[in-house]
Ligand binder design. Structure first.
Ligand SMILES: NC(=O)c1ccc[n+]([C@@H]2O[C@H](COP(=O)([O-])OP(=O)(O)OC[C@H]3O[C@@H](n4cnc5c(N)ncnc54)[C@H](OP(=O)(O)O)[C@@H]3O)[C@@H](O)[C@H]2O)c1
Length: 200
């Protein structure tokens, strides 16, 4: 049996990871905050060392973007120091670490979609803390992958779609920002044939 540690299992991304169908030989372990507080680096190390995990997936985060401006230490504790501790623990156990990050590591004023190697230049505490987490994971553990996502939507917790649905039910007129853009395809997928069909 391969045990995979998923942090933030009560969150939007973590919750979906916990609920999805995994292969029979995969067992997901998703400790609640009370069982593993990610602001406690030594607890992270001990939990991973004792867990016999085959991999770690870390979607847990401090995600209150506006509140982070006045809770700098808390944002950095969860978004930077916890990934650093997970990198240490994963390296010690020689297991891969998948870390979830955000488009907020970028400045956000580009007129074209960001490439993965675009300059990291956050303008707020949340983005800065997530950028610090990325550096800790990328430089701290070779067997790591960073997945940046944006505009997360799920049935649980707060997200843009749920807010719009609520406002739609409450208000006759909605005023919504129109200057934010999510991911879009960089270029159309070319209709060219795949290598296999070309050779075959
Ligand atoms: N939401 C978005 O639109 C968005 C956009 C771009 C990137 N992302 C990234 O995607 C990832 C997942 O986001 P999400 O929206 O799924 O987040 P979320 O719903 O806010 O869930 C965050 C999870 O982290 C856990 N957590 C926070 N602090 C903790 C601590 N000290 N100890 C233990 N657990 C703690 C929370 O635990 P509790 O359940 O106890 O609160 C919660 O389960 C994050 O890395 C985020 O930066 C999200």
């Amino acid at each position: 049996m391969r045990r995979i540690l998923v942090t933030g299992g009560e969150g939007q991304v973590g919750g979906e990871l916990v609920r999805r169908a995994w292969p029979d030989d995969v067992e997901i372990t998703a400790p609640k905050r009370a069982e593993l507080d990610l602001t406690d680096a030594s607890a992270i190390g001990a939990y991973v060392a004792a867990g016999g995990f085959a991999a770690i997936v870390n979607p847990a985060a401090y995600t209150a973007v506006d509140k982070a401006e006045s809770e700098v230490a808390q944002a950095f504790a969860v978004n930077a120091l916890a990934p650093a501790a997970l990198a240490d623990a994963a390296r010690a156990a020689d297991i891969p670490l998948v870390h979830v990050s955000t488009d907020y590591v970028f400045r956000g004023d580009a007129s074209a979609p960001y490439e993965t190697d675009a300059e990291i230049d956050p303008i707020g505490i949340y983005g800065a803390s997530k950028a610090a987490g990325e550096f800790a994971v990328r430089l701290g553990h070779k067997r790591s992958v960073i997945v940046r996502t944006a505009w997360v939507v799920s049935a649980r917790r707060a997200n843009f779609v749920k807010t719009m649905l609520r406002y739609g039910a409450e208000r006759d007129l909605m005023r919504v920002v129109a200057d934010q853009h999510g991911a879009r395809r960089l270029r159309p997928i070319s209709p060219r044939r795949s290598r296999r069909s070309r050779s075959g």
